[in-house]
Design a protein around this ligand. Structure first.
Ligand code: URA
Length: 197
């Protein structure tokens, strides 16, 4: 566990991994179509880490996860939880944009897994939120639909993991926002924080 490292030490370790990611060519198609890699962003000592699917067009252009439409919605969720984006660490299953935003292949997810695991080990969060089925399926090696994975904690190393709907899904199905809010209440309750108060 990295739990004794200072914030600055964690930041330095993350930068070493990010430099490897920037040069990665393990997935030839992604390496040739990306504008840049999208490593991760946020507090290197975050208590909560968010894991999404993969960069989209906006993220590929800006080099930061969740900066497009889904990201704006994610920001609102973060705000509703009385947090700031900079409190959290945000990463994805993939660090490159799949062409046309197709789903990551299993091979691509496997190729990128060492980077994700390094980020988790360095940040060493107490909680991980998997946003959407691609994140949940790949992190936890589960085949269950996301609706069935909600409402309980899973373990990943030292972290307690919750799974919920992807913000892009919420853009298409706004009625599911109440479910995500329930999931946030569930997560924060475990930390001793009552979001309804
Ligand atoms: N969707 C994701 O899953 N991740 C991003 O970084 C942006 C959109």
């Amino acid at each position: 566990a990295k739990s004794k490292l200072t914030k600055a030490e964690r930041q330095a370790e993350l930068e070493i991994v990010a430099a490897k990611v920037a040069k990665c060519k393990k997935c030839p198609e992604l390496a040739s179509t990306r504008t840049q890699t999208v490593f991760g962003v946020g507090n290197p000592r975050a208590k909560i880490m968010f894991i999404g699917e993969a960069p989209g067009a906006d993220e590929d252009k800006q080099g930061e996860p969740f900066v497009g439409r889904a990201g704006k919605l994610l920001d609102k969720i973060i705000e509703a939880c009385q947090m700031k984006r900079s409190d959290i660490y945000i990463a994805n299953i993939l660090r490159c944009r799949p062409p046309g935003n197709r789903n990551p292949s299993n091979e691509e997810a496997d190729n990128c897994r060492g980077f994700l695991d390094a980020q988790i080990e360095i940040v060493d969060p107490d909680y991980i939120v998997c946003w959407g089925s691609v994140a949940a399926k790949n992190l936890l090696h589960s085949e269950m639909p996301i609706g069935k994975m909600r409402g309980q904690f899973y373990e990943y190393g030292r972290a307690r993991v919750v799974c919920t709907y992807h913000p892009s899904y919420l853009l298409r199905n706004p009625s599911a926002k109440k479910n995500v809010w329930e999931d946030m209440i569930y997560l924060f309750e475990d930390m001793g924080i009552d979001l309804k108060a």
